[in-house]
Write a protein that binds this ligand. Structure first.
Ligand code: FUB
Ligand code: ZN
Length: 648
């Protein structure tokens, strides 16, 4: 049996790639300090009361709880991002983090319970509204932060706080006498308890994580019963007439076949399912993960790795329903997709899952934050016409420019924690192998079976160059570097110290043997052409349309480069595409693309009319495309990914 794949010590990984080090660097430089101000209520259009809420719950400040019921998670995700930055040697915010941890500790109840909303506003309703109350979701983020903080700093205070709460949760929930047979309305704690189990070795955490997965979807539906209770106190009116598929509680997870409901909930659940399937060698759970993965990636995912087609309730709809201008594609959902893919790849030792992980990362997740690191998209459209993004309409949730903060602010700190811990997606290890999952310039040092290994990865693939891996081994034992061979590299050629080699390719990984001590210089070269992509014909929104992709990067057209009314642009499926110098002002040196196309300049309807007979007039033009992950970083305006094909 293959040995388990784990995440290496993040302290030993550094990202050096120009694009990703720019964004990862922004976390410590911008995101953490600005978010700290916001959490302290000092900045932001949507006032945030997060830290004051902890003070109030801890009795050191008088006042009322303000903000959303899961506001505590803003602090937890911020702490997690601070921890990951500390791994990278960026420790400036550790004193503030320690201070915050003390404030959090004061808000913890003597029995371990920790949630500012319920403590301050409704102590009598503790665990009575799992559907809407987010107590277990918030606990999950606390645990994730605590594990990250402990791993990064060795400090136990937050871990002890989280473990005390987790112990209460393990005692409270279960099928035993006096326990509640309930489960979270928003999954998160399941994967967090797995992390807590990994760091403490305490079986009860794993058992409760498994319980939450197993009891979901039982009949009668626990959440529906809560919602239908005449004494139920409503928190989110939009959840009236509760549909259990919204929280993936319509069927037992192991029997779920399609990705339903709220996208972030679904991804966090699937991540935990994959963790448990791997740890417990559970074939039925593994197969459910595979079915759900296939459904989401082959039927319900945007080309940008965005997921969640419905703005109403941030949810999945039906296969192939992927509208471009009134979708959701929440940044957190794509982060969740990365998490799910990472776990599938680890469980199955299969590189192909990283095609999706990098699709989500390079497009939706990068696009979720400004290049300056201070503005965010919550919703990531593939088509925007700023003039119609109006409040009090059905797409009022869709913002044409990134925002400094949100009333529901789950995305900013989620993006920060993801970018600051990118190393976990780039590399993985098992007993004798290092897996290079993402071709992103970086270094890693690790020890496999007494053999010290250092890898320096540099990628010139997006610019016609090669991927270089300098591997230094102390050579006590032979080891293997498993380099993912992405589908977007054509005619790949491998070399070791200049000599061509033909490594075996297993599950999408080129197997590069390192049998002796010393320096080994591997290269992977090949072409990375621009693809003119089509969607499955069933995707009504994209029929007859093309999108451009080079490597993992999807491209888009912005008004700044193409004028207004991008709907009038046309591009033949075989249009000549030329790679140009990077667009000025965008990080990462990714090429801009010029495409021969045309523009409809008249439909035959004059300005005085709205409709008349159709007489089309077109003019040739060159279309300019920039990476979607970088859109909206220059002059605000229209944007679109999919362009209609030429009128013959
Ligand atoms: O409900 C908690 C978080 O807020 C969800 O994950 C997001 O979709 C947002 O609704
Ligand atoms: Zn979010």
């Amino acid at each position: 049996m293959a040995s388990k794949i784990t995440i290496p010590d993040l302290k030993k990984i550094r990202v050096t790639d120009p694009l990703f080090s720019h964004y990862a660097g922004m976390v410590a430089k911008k995101m953490i300090p600005v978010q700290w101000e916001i959490l302290n209520g000092k900045q932001g259009q949507s006032r945030c009361f997060c830290i004051d809420n902890f003070r109030i719950a801890g009795g050191t400040l008088q006042g009322e709880h303000r903000g959303v019921v899961f506001g505590d998670t803003d602090a937890y995700k911020w702490l997690e991002a601070v921890a990951y930055c500390a791994n990278n040697g960026e420790t400036e915010y550790i004193p503030q983090a320690d201070e915050l941890i003390e404030i959090i500790g004061q808000a913890q109840q003597p029995d371990g319970y920790l949630n500012t909303y319920f403590t301050v506003c409704h102590p009598e309703l503790r665990w009575k509204n799992l559907t809407e109350g987010h107590e277990l979701y918030s606990a999950g983020h606390l645990i994730e932060a605590a594990v990250a903080y402990y791993n990064a700093t060795g400090k136990r205070r937050l871990l002890d706080i989280a473990a005390k709460f987790a112990d209460l949760i393990c005692k409270t929930f279960g099928d035993g006498e006096g326990q509640l047979p309930g489960y979270p309305g928003h999954q998160e704690i399941e994967l967090a308890l797995v992390k807590l189990w990994r760091v403490t070795g305490e079986e009860r955490y794993l058992k409760t994580a498994r319980f939450f997965i197993d009891c979901r979807g039982r009949t009668p539906n626990y959440l529906l019963r809560e919602m239908n209770d005449p004494n139920h106190k409503v928190i989110f009116p939009e959840l009236r007439n509760y549909d259990p598929s919204y929280s993936q509680s319509h069927v037992r997870p192991v029997e779920q076949k399609t990705m339903e409901g709220h996208a972030v909930r679904a991804m966090y659940q699937c991540s935990a399912m994959a963790d448990l399937a791997d740890i417990q060698q559970d074939e039925a759970l593994r197969s459910a993960c595979q079915t759900l993965w296939d459904n989401v990636t082959k039927r319900r995912m945007y080309i940008t790795g965005g997921i969640g087609s419905s703005g109403l309730l941030e949810r999945f709809t039906v296969d192939y329903d992927l509208p471009n201008d009134r979708m959701y594609c929440e940044s957190c959902a794509s982060i969740g997709l990365m998490m799910f893919g990472q776990r599938m790849a680890a469980m199955l030792h299969d590189a192909s899952y990283y095609e999706t992980v990098e699709r989500a990362l390079c497009n939706t997740v990068l696009g979720g934050v400004s290049a300056a690191g201070d503005r965010y998209f919550y919703v990531n459209p593939l088509e925007v016409w700023p003039a119609n993004c109006k409040d009090h309409t059905s797409i009022e949730y869709l913002k044409p420019v990134r925002q400094p903060w949100f009333e529901v602010a789950c995305c900013p700190a989620n993006i920060a924690r993801t970018l600051a811990s990118l190393g976990q997606y780039i590399y993985a290890v098992d007993e004798r192998s290092i897996y290079v999952n993402l071709l992103i310039g970086s270094t890693i040092e690790t020890t496999l079976r007494d053999t010290d290994v250092r890898i320096e990865q540099r990628s010139g693939l997006m610019h016609g160059g090669a991927l270089e891996l300098d591997v230094r081994s102390s050579g006590t034992h032979p080891i293997v570097v498993r380099l993912r061979l992405p589908k977007w590299i054509e005619a790949p050629v491998f070399r070791l110290n200049g000599e061509e080699i033909q490594p075996a390719v297993e599950n999408g990984y080129a197997v590069l043997a390192v049998n002796c001590a010393g320096e080994h210089h591997f290269t992977l070269s090949g072409s990375v052409p621009v693809h003119r992509c089509a969607a499955n014909l069933q995707v009504r929104a994209d029929v007859g349309r093309v999108a451009l992709q080079k490597g993992p990067f999807v491209y888009c057209f912005e008004q700044q480069d193409n004028g207004e009314n991008l709907a009038a642009l046309r591009m033949a499926p075989d249009a000549a595409v030329e790679e140009k110098a990077p667009a000025e002002g965008l990080p990462g040196n990714l090429p801009e693309l010029d495409v021969n196309g045309c523009r409809i300049v008249s439909t035959g309807v004059d300005d005085a009319e709205l409709y008349a007979d159709c007489v089309l007039r077109t003019e040739p033009c060159t279309l300019h495309a920039v990476p979607y992950g970088l859109w909206g970083n220059r002059t605000p305006g229209e944007m679109r990914v999919w362009v209609d094909t030429t009128i013959s």
